[in-house]
Design a protein around this ligand. Structure first.
Ligand SMILES: [Zn+2]
Length: 325
């Protein structure tokens, strides 16, 4: 039986398998290198880019405990066959497909994005009997604009700010979002300064066949008229006396009216590395599972929407699944 439970990560009690555990485990599958999906496990299964990101973020001692598994190859864990499929979220991100000897299968998405991007492998969607899906943007109001519109919005913000003699500062998470932004800026040949955490991760992209554009190291004491890309987590380090600038947060939450006030930036631009609501519905159709469990975000309401569409769907951490058990 492959019955999933949420316990600080996804756990399959019947076979003792952890995925994306937030606390260290003897063995876990790590879907991607974002910090809320990794821990200092004694041993873990991940794609080669994810292990390389973990080397930069958690050190070589942790990375050496990683067992590399390429997409679509099979790893035997006890009686289980484990395969990883590209999740389209960030470089190296994987969906995890587990199959028992009797042929029962479960697909865990981790974070995923179905739209093609510049800085991640395109998603590949396998079928499974049971689906465990993230539902970060699982409400009908979350419909992202066309990709070209989003890209044009980022470039317009940068060009207008530079034309006004100010410095555009883009706040983008250092793994994945920043590289997607860098590739958009590269196509427009805009000069870029990037924070060192982003530049360090860029090396892994180059090693895995996605070279990033030239960037200068970010130096607040010497800020020319260039686009600045830096993680939002260090914005408090921006000195008060830097030249005139405008701040843009790069986030799918831009679709919410309140986002600009919440992030306290001049604008919020809706580039996301997640699926939006129509993408989530379409994804369930493509996997075509018997049962869908939802994690993160609007789990209960998306489960209800899926049930109205004739799908058996439940929130993984809420009471609605008790009806099923
Ligand atoms: Zn993520």
């Amino acid at each position: 039986m492959l019955t999933p439970v949420e316990r600080g990560g996804l756990y399959l009690p019947d076979c003792g398998l952890w995925m994306d555990a937030r606390r260290p485990k003897p063995f876990a599958v790590v879907s991607h290198a974002h910090s809320d999906h990794t821990a200092r496990h004694e041993s873990f299964l991940a794609t080669p880019p994810t292990i390389d990101f973990i080397r930069i973020r958690l050190g070589d001692a942790v990375a050496r405990r990683g067992i590399p598994l390429n997409y679509r190859e099979t790893y035997q864990h006890g009686p289980l066959n484990i395969q990883l499929y590209p999740a389209g979220h960030v470089l190296g991100s994987a969906m995890v497909r587990v199959e028992t000897p009797s042929g029962e299968s479960l697909l865990y998405t981790g974070d995923f994005k179905t739209r093609p991007g510049f800085a991640a492998e395109p998603i590949e969607i396998p079928q499974a009997d049971t689906l465990v899906m993230e539902s970060t943007f699982g409400r009908p109001e979350f419909v992202f604009p066309p990709t070209e519109t989003i890209q044009a919005g980022i470039l317009n913000f940068c060009r207008e700010t530079l034309n006004d003699g100010q410095v555009p500062i883009l706040l983008a998470y250092s793994l994945g979002k920043a590289q997607e932004v860098l590739k958009i800026l590269e196509a427009a040949e805009l000069p870029i300064m990037a924070h060192r955490t982003i530049r360090a991760l860029n090396q892994v992209y180059a090693q895995h066949g996605i070279p990033m554009p030239e960037t200068r190291p970010l130096d607040f004491d010497n800020l020319p008229a260039q686009v600045v890309v830096m993680p939002p987590t260090i914005r408090k380090q921006i000195p008060a006396d830097i030249p005139a600038h405008r701040l843009a947060m790069i986030s799918g939450w831009a679709l919410q009216e309140s986002a600009r006030y919440r992030y306290r930036t001049d604008t919020v631009l809706p580039l996301s590395d997640h699926a939006d609501y129509p993408d989530l519905l379409q994804f369930v159709e493509q996997v075509n599972p018997r049962t869908t469990y939802l994690m993160h975000g609007s789990t209960a309401s998306l489960a209800a929407d899926l049930r109205r569409r004739g799908r058996e769907a439940w929130s993984l951490n809420r009471d609605d699944q008790l009806e099923l058990l």
